[in-house]
Design a protein around this ligand. Structure first.
Ligand code: SAM
Length: 295
C-alpha cells in the first residue's frame, strides 16, 4: 500500500519517488513552461484510470515533465506511451522510465503545438490522449485536436487537465456566462464532461487556481457536418461581440447577416449565448454553402 511505500521511500513501480527524481535531475519548475508537477502517484493513477482500461492501448501524453503521469499510465497497463515534451532537462528522468518499461515509452522533444501527430503515431491508428497540460497552451492544443481532419480522429478519447475555469467553459451550456466559442467547438465534435476536480495543493508548485480533468469522447459523426474552420469563424464573430444581437455581431463575417439568419431560421435579435451548438453548426454549414456557391 501507499503508506508502506511512503515509509520505505520506494514507489510501487520500483522507481525513485518523484521528489527525489526532481532533486536528482534538478528539475526546478519553470513558470514559462507551465510546469506544475503532480508528485502523488495515487493522484496520477486516478487520472490515468479516468481514461478507462489502458490494457493494450497507445497513449499520447503532452508534457510528461518528471514523469508522474507517464509512470501512472504505464503502471495502469498502457502498452505504449508516446510523449512530447519541450523541456530537454527531463531527458534523464524519462530515460529512467523508458528503461524500466522496455519498448513502451517513446519521448519526442519539441513543441507539442508544432507536432505532426500522424507522423509521430506512425503505424498506430488508434490512441488515447492523456495529459496534465501546460496552461499557457492548453486551449490551443485542445482546439488543434478538435480540428483534426479527417474525422473521426486518430484518438478515441481525451482526458485532459485544465484550469477549472477553462474546464467549465468546455462543458458549459447555452444561456450561461461560461458558454462560448470553446463550448461550441468542443461540444460539436465531442461529448465533454468534468471527471475530477483537483485543488492547487495537489501540484508542485501550486498554481493560483483550481484545476479539473475533462474527458472528451469524439462524436463519430458530428452533425450538421460543417467544416471546423467555418464553425471557428462563425463562433469567433458571434462571441467576439457576445453582448450584441446576432444581426449586428455577424456583420464581422458578411455584409447582410439577416439573410443567413433567415435561411437558418434564427431570429436576428438573439445573442450568441442563446444559440445551441447545433444552431451554430447549421449556421456554419449554410454560410459555407452560400460562399461556395458564390465562388
Ligand atoms: N505531466 C507532468 C505532471 O503531471 O506532473 C507535468 C505537467 S506540467 C503542468 C506541463 C508540462 O508540459 C511540463 O513538463 C512542460 O515542460 C511541458 N510543456 C510546456 N509547454 C509545452 C509544449 N509547447 N510542448 C510540449 N510540452 C510542453
Amino acid at each position: 500500500g501507499s503508506e508502506r511505500d511512503a515509509l520505505s521511500g520506494a514507489s510501487p513501480d520500483g522507481l525513485p519517488p518523484l521528489r527525489e527524481v526532481i532533486r536528482t535531475f534538478e528539475l526546478n519548475a519553470k513558470k514559462s513552461l507551465g510546469q506544475n508537477f503532480i508528485l502523488d502517484l495515487n493522484l496520477t493513477r486516478r487520472i490515468a484510470r479516468a481514461a478507462g482500461s489502458l490494457e493494450g492501448k497507445t497513449v499520447v501524453e503532452v508534457g510528461p515533465g518528471p514523469g508522474g503521469l507517464t509512470r501512472a499510465l504505464l503502471m495502469e497497463g498502457a502498452a505504449r506511451v508516446i510523449a512530447v515534451e519541450r523541456d530537454e532537462r527531463t531527458r534523464g528522468a524519462l530515460d529512467m522510465i523508458a528503461q524500466r518499461y522496455p519498448g513502451r515509452l517513446d519521448v519526442h522533444f519539441g513543441d507539442a503545438l508544432e507536432a505532426d501527430w500522424p507522423r509521430i503515431l506512425g503505424d498506430t491508428r488508434e490512441a488515447l490522449i492523456v495529459a496534465n497540460l501546460p496552461y499557457g497552451v492548453a486551449t490551443l492544443l485542445l482546439t488543434g485536436w478538435l480540428d483534426t481532419e479527417p474525422w473521426p480522429p486518430w484518438f478515441q478519447r481525451m482526458v485532459l487537465m485544465f484550469q477549472q475555469e477553462v474546464a467549465e467553459r468546455i462543458v458549459a451550456q447555452p444561456g450561461t456566462k461560461a458558454y462560448g466559442r470553446l463550448s461550441v467547438l468542443a461540444q460539436w465534435r465531442s461529448a465533454p464532461r468534468i471527471v475530477l476536480k483537483v485543488p492547487p495543493e495537489a501540484f508542485t508548485p501550486p498554481p493560483k487556481v483550481s484545476s479539473a480533468v475533462v474527458e472528451l469522447v469524439p462524436h463519430k459523426a458530428p452533425s450538421p457536418d460543417c467544416s471546423p474552420r467555418t464553425l471557428a469563424r462563425v463562433t469567433a464573430a458571434a462571441f467576439g461581440q457576445r453582448r450584441k444581437m446576432l444581426r449586428a455581431s455577424l456583420k464581422q463575417l458578411m455584409p447582410e447577416p439577416e439573410r443567413l439568419l433567415e435561411a437558418v431560421g434564427i431570429a436576428g435579435n438573439l445573442r450568441a449565448e442563446n444559440l445551441s451548438v447545433k444552431d451554430f453548426a447549421r449556421m456554419a454549414l449554410v454560410f459555407e454553402r452560400s460562399t461556395l456557391s458564390r465562388a
